[in-house]
Design a protein around this ligand. Structure first.
Ligand code: GDP
Length: 321
């Protein structure tokens, strides 16, 4: 894209034009080498308008109530004057054909509001690459004036940690089922979560949810010594205690900001981001310039004819120097 067209696009994004924002995100999601340069230039251009949003990550197993929570919380925030963007990280969505995160039909009330912008996960690529492109999308929605950015991911695999690496506050949603449920919680998640909310604290599940929250509280006291997550119960369906959840999010962010840790966290995240972009760029380069050889060597390694280390050497030797 020509320099002038890029400046024009950047201007229209910062003016809050939705079509321009969508176009910008499509550009940053592209893996074509030619688009990467334009995407980087676009990000550079809008950079002064970024960084002011509240960046919230939400994870949890399928069915825990992520979309119900985002839908209800998002509408509540809009009523309070916010503009809310929802992005998603789900490298598996195209492969499994499962629920596509950030799907507008899963957040019907929010999707109907013009103060909301909902975008499903970029698909192709490694987790690092998907995460890197979501970060760029996050900057674009911030530049477009969205004051809250929610990044959604499924709480399986490594994608939840990728989300933790790009937000100010990382929220884990849990199901009320105590005991067995708690056994399954990964230690890593307890260490990374800033807030844990046990959802579906309503009807018959109300007491189980309270019980689960109490058990979680004792678990984090043992596991996460430094800055243990705040734990609470909510009902996304009835909306009960969603305001308490939002207050907890603001408390966490204010504490980070007040202690100077928000800036440090974001700078560290930028370093992770750059590394992700380097890895993704290398993979894209190899796919473009050595795709056939990469396929052949991969097959040879799979057959056992070539050792993994020799295969890697062979491929890396093809990088220009
Ligand atoms: P996601 O897969 O994590 O996005 O979960 P959904 O938001 O799609 O919710 C899965 C199911 O749980 C749906 O049938 C929701 O209606 C239901 N659900 C979500 N939140 C609540 C809640 O707070 N209470 C109850 N009882 N059901 C809920």
């Amino acid at each position: 894209m020509a320099r002038e067209a890029l400046s024009d696009l950047a201007g229209r994004i910062t003016a809050g034009e939705r079509a321009a924002l969508a176009k910008g995100i499509t550009l940053v999601e592209s893996r074509r080498a030619a688009d990467r340069g334009a995407a980087a230039a676009l990000i550079q251009e809008v950079l002064p308008h970024t960084g002011r949003a509240i960046r919230l990550g939400i994870t949890g197993v399928p069915g825990v109530g992520k979309s119900t929570t985002i839908d209800a919380l998002g509408v509540q925030l809009i009523e309070a004057g916010h503009k809310v963007a929802v992005l998603a990280i789900d490298p598996s969505s195209t492969r499994t054909g499962g629920a596509i995160l950030g799907d507008k039909t899963r957040m019907a009330n929010l999707a109907a509001r013009r103060e909301a912008f909902i975008r499903p996960s970029p698909s192709a690529g490694s987790l690092g690459g998907v995460a890197a492109r979501t970060r760029e999308a996050m900057l674009l929605v911030e530049a477009a004036g969205f004051s809250v950015v929610i990044v959604e991911t499924v709480g399986v695999g490594q994608s939840e940690l990728a989300v933790a690496d790009m937000v100010d506050t990382f929220l884990a949603l849990m199901l009320p089922g105590a005991g067995d449920e708690l056994q399954g919680i990964k230690k890593g998640l307890l260490e990374r979560a800033d807030i844990i909310a046990v959802n579906k604290a309503d009807g018959n599940a109300f007491h189980a949810a309270r019980q689960a929250a109490a058990e979680l509280l004792s678990a984090v006291k043992i596991l996460a010594a430094e800055a243990p997550p705040e734990i609470l119960t909510v009902s996304a369906r009835t909306g009960e205690r969603l305001d308490a959840l939002w207050q907890a999010i603001l408390r966490h962010r204010d504490a980070l900001d007040g202690s100077g840790k928000l800036a440090t966290r974001r700078r560290e995240q930028n370093v992770v981001w750059m590394r992700d972009m380097i890895t993704d760029g290398l993979q894209a380069f190899l796919a473009e310039h050595a795709g056939t050889v990469l396929g052949d060597v991969t097959e040879a390694v799979r057959r056992g004819d070539v050792a993994p280390s020799a295969g890697a050497q062979d491929i890396l030797a093809r990088l220009p120097r």
